[in-house]
Design a protein around this ligand. Structure first.
Ligand code: PBG
Length: 325
């Protein structure tokens, strides 16, 4: 009789399962996105992201220190200006006095090279219309005019001490423009974490609350359509040609096929962003007792890593790093 082949044998004890695990999430894989706001005197809860807050400068420094001590791989900072500081061109983004650039300087000073300090290089938090770029007379986001703004923003962030810049606006040519701008000013060591394949996603909903977004309408003329895979390959290839140091896919869970594609074509590290809506879904279901919170979080991160991401942006970063340590 032919013996039954028994794959279950390797699953029979926790030690065996650990021995043969193909994918292990490490604290250093995880990057914590953080929001810092101007004009608040206490951290402000984000109702659709329980456990995540808009930080004051004080609470930001404390949470950043905690994250670094938990062993996270890096921090990704988003700025939330006071509503009256927003304008059509998003001038708060590249002003050295803008909330994000001030916060970067503070964290760079506190943390030095003990972590990787990253900044969102995008105008949407700073524009009064909420778009990721500047808008022309016909109401369209003007690609090339936006690139000039991104270069100026990138330089402000590099001056403020960011190690990696994360252009997330999906403008054509943004990586090349920022790279050239940085090099011309001598910031040759400042890297670019390119949001290479970023989809127009309903799962960004909670983020819009997190940054107090003013957006009316949508971002479908610049972010990608969920239907398209080949187009993502093209976007990734272009960002690699333009000099991206890492490429990112976003969101993560609904786009794991794209993460896999990216890992296959990229000769740089691949990142994936477990976004606000993914955080909200897990958190809400766990609050209701419908899923096991810790297990669901680790399973989601393991799946993103298994798909091919070696860096994962997640609002769970500190919590998970602490648990894994
Ligand atoms: C744009 C940006 C967005 C996110 C990160 N950078 C929002 C958007 O494109 O609307 C989303 C992050 C999240 O949902 O967690 N600056």
């Amino acid at each position: 009789m032919t013996p039954v082949i028994r794959p279950r044998r390797l699953r029979s004890t926790p030690a065996l399962r650990r021995l043969v695990a193909e994918t292990v999430v490490a604290p250093s894989d995880l990057v914590l996105p953080m929001f810092v706001a101007d004009g608040i005197d206490a951290p402000r809860d984000i109702s659709s992201m329980p456990g995540v807050v808009q930080h004051t400068f004080d609470s930001l420094r404390k949470a950043a220190d905690e994250a670094v001590r938990a062993g996270v791989g890096g921090l990704m900072l988003f700025g939330v200006p006071a509503p009256e500081d927003k304008d059509a061109d998003g001038t708060g983004a590249d002003s050295d006095d803008g909330v994000l650039n001030r916060a970067l300087r503070v964290l760079a000073d506190d943390l030095g090279d003990s972590t990787v300090l990253m900044a969102d290089t995008c105008l949407d938090e700073f524009t009064d219309h909420g778009h990721c770029g500047v808008v022309d007379d016909c109401g369209r986001v003007d690609n090339d005019a936006t690139l000039e703004r991104y270069v100026s923003m990138a330089l402000a962030q590099a001056r403020a001490g960011a190690h990696l810049l994360g252009p997330s606006g999906m403008m054509d040519g943004q990586v090349a423009a920022i790279r050239a701008g940085l090099d011309a000013e001598g910031f040759t060591d400042t890297g670019i974490l390119a949001y290479a394949a970023k989809y127009a996603s309903a799962f960004y909903g909670p983020f819009r609350e997190a940054v107090g977004s003013s957006l009316q309408g949508d971002r479908r003329t610049y972010q990608q359509d969920a239907s398209n895979r080949v187009e993502a390959l093209r976007e990734i290839r272009l960002d690699l040609e333009e000099g991206a140091d890492l490429v990112m896919v976003k969101p993560a869970m609904s786009y794991l096929d794209i993460v896999r594609d990216a890992a296959e074509i990229a000769d740089v590290p691949v990142a994936a962003y477990q976004i606000s809506g993914e955080y909200a879904m897990i958190t809400a279901a766990a609050e209701r007792g419908w899923i096991d919170r810790d297990a669901a979080i680790l399973e989601s991160l393991t799946s993103i890593k298994r798909a091919g991401a070696s860096v994962i942006l997640t609002y769970f970063a500190t919590e998970v790093a602490g648990r894994l340590a």
